[in-house]
Design a protein around this ligand. Sequence first.
Ligand code: OTU
Length: 658
Amino acid sequence: MVDLNARVDLNAYVARPTELFARHVGGLGRRGGVLQTRFERRWPSAERALRAVYGDRLDEFSERLVDVLADFAKQRSDELQDLDHRREAEPMWFQHERMIGYVAYTDRFVGRLDQLGERVDYLRELGVTYLHLMPLLQPRNGDNDGGYAVADYDRVDERIGSMDDLEALASRLRHEGISMCIDVVMNHTAREHPWAIAALAGDEVKRAYFHIFDDRAVPDRYEQTLREVFPDFAPGNFTLVDGFGADGTSKWVWTTFNEFQWDLDYANPDVFIEMLGVMLRLANRGIEVLRLDAAPFIWKRFGTDCENQPEVHHLLTAFRALTAVVAPALLLKAEAIVPREDLVGYLGAAFAPGEPERTECNLAYNNQLMVQLWSSLATADGRLMSNVLADMKPVPHDSSWCTYIRCHDDIGWAITGTDAASVGWNQFAHRDFLNEFYSGEFAMSYAHGARFQHNEVTGDARISGTAASLCGIDDALRRNDDAALDAALARLELIYAVTYAYGGIPLIYMGDELGQLNDVNYASDPAHADDNRWMHRPMMDWSAAARRGAAGTLEQRVFSSFARLGAARASLPELRAGGTVDILRQGDDRLFAFARRHRREDPLWMVANFGDRTLTIKRRALWTHDVLPSRCAISGRGAEFVDEIVTLAPLGWAWLLR
Ligand code: OTU
């Protein structure tokens, strides 16, 4: 194991890169001075992280790193330098209560990048200040895992536009107050990427970009401890690929995901430098947030599951420090859907008591909250969620969660044996229940989802389906049951209201704001037929969106609830990220309650009833930090705060203030 906090003799190495950098930027006047200050501030962290991974080999490539940074710094536009200065003046900008995210596929949302500007007003109605456009760099042809198999990091998928369109859009959105986020698929490339093609053709340098083995000996050793991410359509973690070199021999290539996605080998510093270049090129096009896809997988170690290894954190720390020299406005978001003790480390939380916090990614997905919201709805019980979230380590004050309830992926039930036991449940029985419930197999269920990646051997499965369909909107409409529809809408609002209050950037997944149902025709595209995640990646229904202004329509009911939540959130500085979350337990199984607080400011409380009967909470039961709530800022579905009592109807919720 590499020691995360290994001491290195900084004096021996720091001087040289610092001087080298000074030579590059020395002639740039005042700007050069700023760059030099940033370099001197960030390099020690990068240096220490890279030395922990590469040891003395760092001395062989540190000069190249310095060159890369200086080149990109010189190319950064005036507009983006202004942005850098603004962000440096307000480094916690992304924690603001105004931050609300929207996540969409460009083609499914509007068609092409140059058409997206027409929809800014729509996003504004929702209060959106952050737009994540799903993978949009040039993918391989045919099945490309929704764009997660990139054939060229320097080109935009030609079906949606060009790099220039992307740059123009990022700039336009920025002027509208919207920061753009895109994916960097950093763990793997498509097998059609020029690096992979060169490796196949016998180029030894490029072969060393990947994990390629002549026979099964090494892969078999790794397989003993690896899990399968897609056991259904991509079993195993290695793929036998024919056609290597002049004689066309077959070799085993590491492919964690689909067989056309070749894992990159970050033990090779060339790969690190290439990916740094990819990130900085996108930053210099005006992208403000990079979603680092499958980040936990970028380091492999025998005898482990090859996820969340210490080197992953060193590498991310180095990416953060180095990108911050050129583009301090850039945020890195870890896509790490991992157990909570592993998850908080991506935001720089200490790994063990007594260890220091680190500066790693700015953002990460709070998948624990997401899973628990669905689990609580299905069980009509807030206890497991309360236990799990109370057990989560706080994250560093300068980072933030992305809170969400749906994304383009399946929902994996990351609930451990210990978690389940904390409320007297069995982990596997609970997982099976959730799968039965959300796939609609369970007799009493209102959900219309489907099982994803059912593994007959382990019994494991995950869930696909849109939020609306999982909340029962589909079911209520089919049965033409108004009361059921009310309840379904209340579920959707309730879980989104938690994501708007819990701390972080809440993400609206495209279509949820209109209650869009599953795409029942997803399988008619042969490239999507095997992968039912496409059922919750529908085309935007603009005719449904047009009904958002028509009183009494489903779309109006759902959309207005999102707009109201967004407006309320933006008016409550208590809801900005940072600060603390205290889970409040009242002895009522159905209740989920927490208080958010920044230093000595007054807290904001959220109380939510996941049960199917009305519940009451005495005001004094919400006592925290020596204060009590006295008024309601906003509430949903029958919530009242009268005298000393908060009354919550089933699925009712409220945000309370002092
Ligand atoms: C990600 O998901 C993407 O979100 C998926 O859409 C891609 O298929 C995949 O990477 C490959 O690029 O395991 O089940 O901890 O959970 O990277 C989906 C991170 C996944 C993993 C995540 C991955």
